[in-house]
Design a protein around this ligand. Structure first.
Ligand SMILES: NC(=O)C1=CN([C@@H]2O[C@H](COP(=O)(O)OP(=O)(O)OC[C@H]3O[C@@H](n4cnc5c(N)ncnc54)[C@H](OP(=O)(O)O)[C@@H]3O)[C@@H](O)[C@H]2O)C=CC1
Ligand SMILES: N[C@@H](CC=O)C(=O)O
Length: 371
């Protein structure tokens, strides 16, 4: 039996997987069986025989290599990704509540979101590449939701499911305008700067964060600030600020010569980051400061917006300097929170919390998208 079939079998009792389809259950297609997708399978397995399990039925699972229908547990090799993706909608059937869960970091999968939404298939995603890139791509998703009367579950795209997007949307629904957002939006960078001590090489900590599943599949996405740029764009757009990608100023930690390398050569190049980070750390340490990778969105006096992302040295008692592990810490200012901001803090990376965020959205759709 293939690794994918073993994953699914370990995660779901065969009896449940072979149970007959019922209209009461929302059908799921899970794309990606890595850190996050694997944790989705585990959480679903824990729900077998519970009211949560009654709401959802896994109809299709795929990674880049194979696809599998849990009803038969027969894996099919996928020679080409594009071909695999065209199997997703048919596998979900024609009616009832159908949901694609995107647990990949694939631009090719993200490019399919709008098409699924437009045909009435809901999408729940941890991948930021559809709503966190160009404004045009964000607008296409919005329009597709309207056209297909479908929902886009994006809780896991920012803060790994922390109630950030939800809080911003609820503030707006209550009549507030968001005036500023500032905080730590990267779980891996939070973990790195909570652990880096200026003594052991920074590159070793990057490898640890990657092996723990906190970084993107290519850790340059985190270290360059690109992943944080995407999260800030998603938050800003949810707040009603229609920013373009190049309106976010990003100060990357990745030197050009590492940015240009093919992915397979990145690991060996990581020690080249060490002297740069040691210098930043030593300077901050001397001033009694902590390094934190901060994203900021602010309304300017002229009514425009400024957005920037980068490494800051903060005084130890600065409100954004606190937190531990992968904690994200985000302050939101709005009409009602104009003096003291609303602050949301908690783990911002990790397979378990992200999978929970994805399945929260899937359950919400299965229940009719009620709050
Ligand atoms: N890790 C975390 O803490 C968090 C991650 N996220 C997001 O979750 C997503 C997944 O992250 P993670 O699980 O860590 O990444 P992994 O690299 O562990 O897993 C990615 C999975 O996606 C699969 N995949 C890639 N392309 C395709 C495709 N075209 N069709 C089907 N499957 C595909 C891969 O297949 P194969 O196994 O064949 O390579 C792999 O199984 C990313 O977008 C990330 O930003 C969001 C919040 C937190
Ligand atoms: N790589 C990301 C994972 C979640 O989006 C991060 O470090 O925050």
């Amino acid at each position: 039996m293939s690794a994918l079939a073993e994953d699914v079998r370990r995660s779901l009792s065969v009896a449940t997987a072979q149970a007959p389809r019922t209209a009461a259950r929302a059908r799921l297609a899970l794309l990606g069986t890595g850190n996050v997708g694997g944790a989705v399978l585990e959480r679903l397995a824990g729900w077998v025989g519970t009211p949560f399990g009654e709401k959802l039925e896994l109809a299709y699972v795929a990674n880049t290599r194979q696809s599998l229908h849990p009803h038969t547990l027969t894996p099919t090799p996928l020679p080409q990704t594009g071909e695999g993706l065209s199997r997703v909608a048919p596998a979900l059937g024609e009616d009832g509540t159908r949901i694609v869960i995107d647990a990949t970091a694939s631009a090719e999968v993200a490019a399919r979101h709008a098409g699924w939404l437009a045909q009435g298939i809901h999408v729940v995603t941890a991948c930021k590449l559809a709503r966190g890139t160009s404004l045009a791509a964000w607008q296409v998703i919005e329009a597709a939701c309207v056209a297909g009367d479908s929902h886009y579950g994006d809780a896991a795209t920012v803060g790994a499911g922390l109630p950030l997007l939800r809080s911003i949307r609820e503030l707006r629904a209550g009549g507030d305008r968001v005036t500023a957002i500032a905080g730590v939006l990267s779980g891996s960078l939070a973990w790195l700067f909570n652990h880096y001590d200026g003594l052991r090489p920074f590159s070793g900590f990057v490898r640890e964060a990657r092996d723990a599943g906190y970084t993107e599949p290519d850790p340059r996405e985190d270290l360059s600030g690109e992943d944080v740029r995407r999260k800030l764009l998603i938050l800003a757009r949810a707040a009603g600020v229609q920013l373009e990608q190049d309106e976010v100023e990003v100060a990357s930690l990745v030197p050009d010569e590492i940015a240009a390398l093919p992915k397979e050569e990145v690991d060996a190049s990581l020690p080249r980051l060490d002297p740069l980070l040691r210098e930043r750390y030593a300077k901050a340490y001397k001033n009694g400061e902590k390094l934190r990778f901060i994203a900021r969105l602010e309304r300017n006096a002229d009514g425009g917006w400024s957005a920037r992302v980068g490494l800051d040295a903060l005084s130890v008692d600065h409100p954004l300097a606190g937190g531990a592990g992968t904690d994200n810490k985000v302050a939101i200012w709005s009409d009602r929170y104009d003096d003291q901001p609303l602050v949301i803090q908690g783990p911002g990376a990790g397979a378990g919390v992200t999978a929970a965020g994805l399945l929260d959205d899937a359950l919400r759709i299965a229940r009719g998208w009620k709050k």
